[in-house]
Write a protein that binds this ligand. Structure first.
Ligand code: ADP
Length: 734
């Protein structure tokens, strides 16, 4: 999960928490408000009930009064005969007495015409007697046979009161009405002390009793013309024709269980006030009672609850934050612990592996390792070193020089080298050291010493690696001995070879010279004097053969000394013809037919023509000898074939005979010096041929012919390059 995403999740959590806190605050406020409304509602209902009960009680207390009075015989008598002397006065006193006793405001009796005949206040100024009450609704009701109940202003006094009227019956006939007026002053007085408004409204909504004096005779709603007319006619509120609207703004509110709750807003005492109000109808009186209490308590409760909820939310939030912080820190610590543990584990494993690897490496090392402290005490040796010297690790550890494996003959040298090494003067490329194995044999080692520096860079001593070079030394000694022997035999062979070469090469011209000299001697002794021409010819031959011998000596010397070599471009045809020319007499003497086949356009070869001719001379001589030694071959079949052809790599000259061929057993040794099957053979001819050809960059091989006989094949590169140095290296050692 990305950082950004996590941040959004955190914001989401924050938002949810904030919303939850807000919700909690609002809900707590609502709850407290509802609860407070319930409490207030209950209090208001109780207050309203008490007031209603008080009113009802008051009415009930006076209710029977008109009834009883209406049945008083004097009342009936007066109504029947108003002029009866003394009766009115008597009744007046009676009524006055009743009024005082019952606490009513007034009691009076009206006749069928609505005129008061007697009254409790007859003796007082403003007496009701003689007043016309015909228009009063309660009189109307009573005259109609109903009990009349009415609240209104007194017609005479203008003082408000509750009027209860009872018809006075004479049999089935209604002859008059008895009226009791009750004052509500006590209620009004009680309300005057109330901090919250309380009002009584009539059926039309007109306030007739109020704790707020200004509201009296104000209406809750505009009055219909009809109502106004009725009010005027019955003078319910005196001569009042206008009823201002109450300065109320109301909004219904649930006040616990039960209807009638509302919030009342109104300007009061010069400021805008709000109250919690409850309207309770009093059906038997046709009124409506409104009691109220200050809304402040509800608001206060709401605010308190909200404050509490906010506090709680803050606490919870703090708690959550603290918890989260703790969790986070704990998780971080846990993570750090885990990480540490993991690293320790990893490190331990690495160390174990490294240790195991190092141990395996040290154990498998063939090189001996030895560590010494600055005083020369051995602090470490590996198995290879133990094996090299024949002592165990335990025996070596802790030892100081001289060490038991030092060679007794080299003791001083060991001491010197040890001191040098311990003083940091060890030779960087190591030194050879002979040591004595515990079992007595010598071990030659190479010792390399370097400073031992620990991880903190401190010099802790010296580390030496010891390589056993005994085998190598022995091999070197063997090699040297072999080389010595080889050089000796090579020198011997070369000396022999060269001496034999000279002998071999010179043999032929010397033989010729000898032959010609013998012939000349014979001619000189011939009867009749020597044949001068023949003699001269023989002497010419001698001169020529001598020249050839000298030439051979010169060439061989040149061959030995490369500086004297003379190379030239030679046509292969001339090589063949010269060689054949030299042996022409031989061939004829042995009756050998010669066949020469030269391919046209042969390229030239580069080299020494005398030496190369000598190769062909040798091969032809060998062929002659081979055919001579084969009695099985009839003379007619003795034939020599010389062919020269061009190959891609140069020029090939083949010399083929009809002799016995080469036996498989001797084929390998044929070209070795001194190998010969002939009783007088030197065994050098073919060896010389090979040396000369190889010196010219060519080679020689041999094959048996299908029809019998041997065929020697010489390959010369076209325009032979300079002689290879193969022979040159041998020569200076001669
Ligand atoms: P040599 O002629 O003095 O013996 P070579 O080196 O010339 O020395 O020859 C070595 C040997 O090779 C000879 O002794 C002979 O046995 C064998 N050989 C050489 N040429 C021929 C040939 N043309 N046919 C059969 N054998 C041959």
């Amino acid at each position: 999960m990305g950082q950004g995403w996590r941040r959004w999740v955190r914001y989401g959590y924050g938002l949810v928490l904030a919303l939850a806190a807000g919700g909690l605050i609002v809900a707590a406020g609502d709850w407290a408000e509802r609860r407070e409304l319930g409490v207030q509602g209950l209090a208001l209902r109780q207050a309203a009930e008490a007031t209603t009960l008080g009113l009802q009680g008051m009415v009930a207390r006076h209710n029977h009064l008109p009834y009883v009075v209406a049945r008083h015989p004097d009342v009936l008598a007066l109504l029947r005969d108003p002029a009866r002397p003394g009766l009115a006065g008597h009744l007046n006193r009676y009524l006055a007495d009743l009024q005082t006793t019952t606490g009513a405001v007034a009691l009076f009796v009206v006749d069928r015409a609505g005129v008061a005949l007697a009254a409790s206040n007859a003796a007082l100024p403003g007496s009701f007697v003689g007043q016309d009450y015909r228009r009063r609704p309660y009189v109307e009701d009573a005259l109609a046979g109903r009990r009349g109940v009415f609240y209104g202003l007194g017609l005479t006094t203008g003082i408000p009161g509750l009027f209860i009227a009872e018809p006075v019956r004479a049999g089935a006939q209604i002859v008059g009405v008895v009226v009791v007026k009750i004052g509500l002053d006590s209620l009004e007085a009680a309300w005057a002390r109330s901090p919250a408004p309380a009002v009584l409204q009539d059926a039309r909504g007109i306030v007739f009793l109020s704790s707020v004096p200004g509201w009296r005779y104000q209406s809750e709603r505009p009055l219909e013309a009809e109502d106004l007319d009725w009010l005027a006619r019955h003078s319910q509120y005196g001569e009042r024709r206008r009823f201002a609207l109450l300065p109320w703004r109301t909004a219904p509110v649930a006040l616990g269980a039960g209807p009638g709750g509302f919030v009342l807003r109104t300007p009061l005492d010069g400021r805008e006030r709000a109250f919690l109000a409850l309207a309770t109808p009093i059906p038997e009186l046709g009124w409506r009672l409104v009691v109220s209490s200050d809304l402040g308590a509800v608001r206060e409760a709401r605010r308190e609850a909200q404050a509490m909820a906010a506090l709680l939310a803050a606490l919870v939030l703090l708690g959550v934050l603290y918890w989260r912080l703790r969790e986070k820190r704990y998780a971080e610590q846990q993570q750090a612990r885990d990480e540490l543990e993991r690293r320790v584990e990893e490190r331990t494993r690495d160390l174990q592996e490294a240790h195991a690897f190092r141990k395996a490496m040290e154990d498998s090392l063939l090189v001996g390792m030895r560590a010494r402290d600055p005083e020369g005490k051995i602090i470490y040796v590996n198995p290879a070193l133990c094996e090299m010297v024949g002592y165990t690790q335990d025996e070596l550890l802790g030892l100081k020089p001289p060490y038991p494996y030092w060679h007794p003959e080299d003791f001083d040298k060991h001491m010197r080298e040890s001191d040098d090494a311990l003083q940091g003067r060890a030779r960087p490329h190591g030194f050879e050291s002979r040591i004595r194995h515990r079992d007595g044999h010598d071990v030659i080692t190479m010792v390399y010493t370097a400073p031992l520096i620990d991880a903190r860079g401190a010099h802790r001593g010296w580390m030496s690696s010891v390589v056993d070079i005994t085998a190598q030394k022995q091999a070197e000694a063997r090699q040297r001995e072999q080389e010595r022997q080889l050089q000796r035999s090579a020198r011997l062979a070369s000396v022999g070879e060269m001496a034999s070469t000279l002998a071999h090469e010179l043999n032929q011209p010397l033989m010729a010279i000898s032959n010609f000299a013998v012939a000349a001697r014979a001619m000189a002794g011939m009867p009749g004097g020597p044949a001068v021409e023949m003699l001269a010819s023989a002497l010419d031959e001698i001169v020529e053969q001598s020249a050839r011998a000298s030439e051979i000596v010169k060439r061989v010397r040149a061959f030995i000394n490369p500086k004297r070599r003379v190379y030239e471009e030679i046509a292969p045809e001339s090589l063949v013809s010269h060689a054949v020319g030299l042996l022409q007499g031989e061939l004829q003497r042995h009756g050998i037919a010669l066949q020469i086949v030269l391919a046209p356009g042969l390229p030239r070869v580069r080299g020494d023509h005398v030496l190369l001719e000598q190769v062909l001379v040798n091969l032809i001589q060998n062929a002659i000898q081979a055919m001579q030694a084969t009695p099985a071959t009839p003379a007619t079949q003795r034939g020599l074939e010389i062919r020269a052809l061009q190959l891609e790599s140069g020029v090939e000259i083949r010399v083929a005979d009809r002799g016995p061929g080469i036996a498989e057993a001797v084929r390998e040794q044929l070209f070795s010096p001194f190998f010969s099957t002939k009783s007088d053979g030197l065994g050098l001819g073919l060896s010389i041929c090979r040396s000369i050809l190889e010196a010219h960059g060519g080679r020689i091989s041999v094959a048996n012919r299908a029809a019998g006989g041997a065929e020697f094949i010489c390959l010369l590169p076209a325009s032979s390059p300079a002689l290879t140095p193969a022979l040159n290296e041998e020569i200076p050692k001669l």
